[in-house]
Design a protein around this ligand. Structure first.
Ligand SMILES: C[S@@+](CC[C@H](N)C(=O)[O-])C[C@H]1O[C@@H](n2cnc3c(N)ncnc32)[C@H](O)[C@@H]1O
Length: 284
């Protein structure tokens, strides 16, 4: 183990993480890089750290890079994270969107940085529980994350006893999930409402699609200001004129770029700034 982490490896990986995801690692979180490198080396049976540098330049390099990045991402999530946000969605945001989209009866939602799926599943449960409002509507949730392993787990929609208990009421657990031997799997009804895809927020929404509602919660926290600016622009591009954007509680990270205005007094909910919306519809 001695001298296992090459002195250049840490800064190389920090730069990779930043270039690929926009995330910065402050000095006090750099220890995570060494841990990530150790994890990847051990998994691949590599004994000498200098082999890692060689490996990165070989055909397997991109896969190793992705593994290293994934080992550094914070995938923390749970069902109905910040219950008050979901109450606000249910009581204010969704009824307003139902009015705005009453003619087409189509609602599209983007969960950007969905991690292992608990956020889009919470949205899908909320829509089903609102029953009457959405009867006869075409509801579509697109859920993306830069972590391919998180997306694979989200697609499997299978959660351990510990995960299923984080944020779900017993009625929701029994009503929307099927008990397997040890785990719980989301119902077919929930699964068919969500389309999961790997995707980097910095590159915009898949296919440049526009959405009525975007959740991008607890994703931008570790972005540096320049990456936040890019992400803010991408989110704005993906918003229809009437749409709403939800960030994590306490995240006002894109408030200063002139593209968004806060909705309501609690913070965390945004719409396109009037000027930005006018400018975009004139250009369209
Ligand atoms: C802390 S989790 C938040 C999950 C969920 N939104 C929530 O609030 O519970 C942050 C997620 O953002 C993803 N992420 C980080 N940078 C990203 C990027 N550039 N594009 C897409 N997803 C990203 C991470 O992989 C991680 O799964």
């Amino acid at each position: 183990m001695e001298d296992r982490i090459h002195p250049h490896a840490t800064s190389l990986i920090v730069r990779l993480l930043h270039d690929r995801t926009g995330q910065t690692l402050s000095e006090d979180r750099r220890y995570r890089v060494d841990r990530a490198i150790e994890t990847v080396l051990t998994k691949r049976g590599i004994v000498c750290n200098s082999d890692l540098i060689v490996l990165l330049t070989q055909p397997d390099g991109p896969a190793v890079e992705q593994e290293l990045i994934e080992a550094l991402l914070n995938n923390e999530t749970y069902f109905f994270r910040d219950r008050n946000v979901f109450s606000y969605l249910a009581d204010r945001v969704l009824p307003e969107l139902a009015q705005a989209k009453a003619t087409s009866r189509e609602l599209t939602i983007w969960s950007a940085g969905c991690s292992t799926g608990q956020e889009p599943l919470s949205l899908a449960m909320l829509l089903l529980e609102q029953g009457a409002i959405w009867r006869g509507w075409k509801l579509r949730i697109l859920a993306t994350d830069v972590s391919e392993s998180a997306i694979a787990k989200a697609r499997a929609a299978t959660y351990s006893q510990f995960e299923i208990q984080r944020g779900l009421a017993v009625g929701q657990m029994l009503g929307h999930f099927e008990e397997l031997k040890q785990d719980w799997r989301a119902s077919h009804r929930l699964r068919e409402m969500i389309d999961y895809r790997p995707g980097n927020l910095l590159l915009g929404s898949p296919g440049g699609a526009k959405f009525d509602l975007i959740l991008c919660r607890n994703v931008l926290l570790y972005f540096d200001p320049a990456a936040r600016q890019v992400a803010g622009g991408r989110l704005a591009e993906a918003m229809a004129p009437h749409s709403r954007l939800l960030l994590g509680s306490g995240e006002s990270v894109i408030d200063g770029n002139g593209l968004f205005e806060t909705v309501g007094s609690d913070g965390g909910v945004f719409r396109l700034a009037r000027q930005a919306a006018v400018g975009r519809s004139a250009a369209a």
